[in-house]
Design a protein around this ligand. Sequence first.
Ligand SMILES: Nc1ncnc2c1ncn2[C@@H]1O[C@H](COP(=O)(O)OP(=O)(O)OP(=O)(O)O)[C@@H](O)[C@H]1O
Ligand SMILES: [Mg+2]
Length: 512
Amino acid sequence: MADHILEMRSITKTFPGVKALEDVNLAVERGEIHAICGENGAGKSTLMKVLSGVYPTGSYEGEIVYNGEVVRFGGIRDSEHVGIVIIHQELALVPYLSIAENIFLGSERRGRFGLIDWNAANAAAGELLRSVGLDENPVTPVGQLGVGKQQLVEIAKALSKDVKLLILDEPTAALNDTDSEHLLGLLRRLRDRGITCIMISHKLNEITAVSDNVTVIRDGRTVETLSLASGEVTQERIIRGMVGRDLESYYPERESHPGEEVLRIEDWTVWHPTQDRKVVDGASLTVRAGEVVGIAGLMGAGRTELAMSVFGRAYGRNISGRLFVHGKEIRPHNVSDAIDAGIAYATEDRKHYGLNLIEDIRRNVSAAALGKLSTRGFVNGNEEIKVAEGYRQSMNVKAPSVTSVVGKLSGGNQQKVVLSKWLFTDPEVLILDEPTRGIDVGAKYEIYTIINRLVAAGKAVLVISSELPELLGICDRIYTLSAGRITGEVPVAQATQENLMQLMTKEKELAA
Ligand SMILES: Nc1ncnc2c1ncn2[C@@H]1O[C@H](COP(=O)(O)OP(=O)(O)OP(=O)(O)O)[C@@H](O)[C@H]1O
Ligand SMILES: [Mg+2]
């Protein structure tokens, strides 16, 4: 008999108009890494919120058995009290506070006068940072750390609470390969220390690399649990469970017929908004009609900064260089100029730039192109709904209706709304920044199909992605960016992960 630290039995959770979970069962063995897989909107995050008391007892049906006893959590403190700690999909650290302050925020580390003893706290934080392999001073503000390191601080924080069951909701979605490796290594070490992990991820290669068991959920129901020991933990097997069929290939076929040049960026240089350094340095590139062009680069290479500065100077200062759309020079001074010039930029950061989370799907889709729906300053409400409904169907957005609030959609479905919004501006050039981050395999395929449809209609698409296989799978040409400079331009037929990687690290070597 397996020693189960946790059993969730017949969990059903309903939101107004949505049955998020129906009769879901999950059994987790003590000391294992248990992955949860499923399409966007399948109910993974909801299940973990039920487990951690974010949704308290009484707001769902079914029972949770932890260490052999039925538990009822009235809130997140109750679950933490017994050693269950959740790290959410969106990180929740306070950027202005130090690492130590973040770790001990809200915990009971009080000294003699009921005050927190910061000397002791910093020392304890230092100890925790060492245990997660993070070489940083505990007094450093968290905002100065990259996402990879912030993720480690979250784990250090969980360890400070004496965690027994650690839940990570898409911990590596925003991490580069090196940081992901590091994090997965840490999970293995925690497992060796007897800490049980539940991990949600869309990165199937990582799941197959670390998981002992994988539970697949689809449309709010448990499909199956696959076990490593029985040799069932393979990507093909997980995908079949997730989408209910085999996926023939990851990338849709496309015939490439590049036409005339649509976008030309010449000698583009951008300075950091506050620091005295160039973030983009003399970058030049072109994208032709019917072409998908990729930008590959490591974190900090300046990919997003390049895109945002082109998009109406939404980033940086002292911007110089020239921009052309269809051979005509444009000088966009702000985002709306850029949109008028036919450029759209779908951001990787849905929460801050991409969407208005308190508005519904309809308003988000129409937001960047209200002019198309207005006569004499009045928005045609029926038309607005019709447009949004069209995207909801064609993009397969999981939501009861276009009046559903975007903040309540699952992460992947929010991303589809971002795309819809920019497609509706009918751009000549669509710049996509990490378009499939946090997106499930099936939906990725749908997004690639949408990209193909766009270029077939003669548009130009520029894609920034940290996933080299993705760039290799969908692009015609790939530029590499390193330390703000274009270090290579490779037709996809000649590109490999190895030669791209070499070009992506070129400037660094020169600088070293
Ligand atoms: N607070 C809420 N109010 C209404 N509906 C919600 C709420 N939270 C989630 N939902 C709905 O419940 C379903 C499951 O969402 P959930 O966030 O659990 O999906 P997920 O599997 O984590 O997806 P993703 O991979 O995109 O993160 C979705 O249809 C979602 O829109
Ligand atoms: Mg989720």
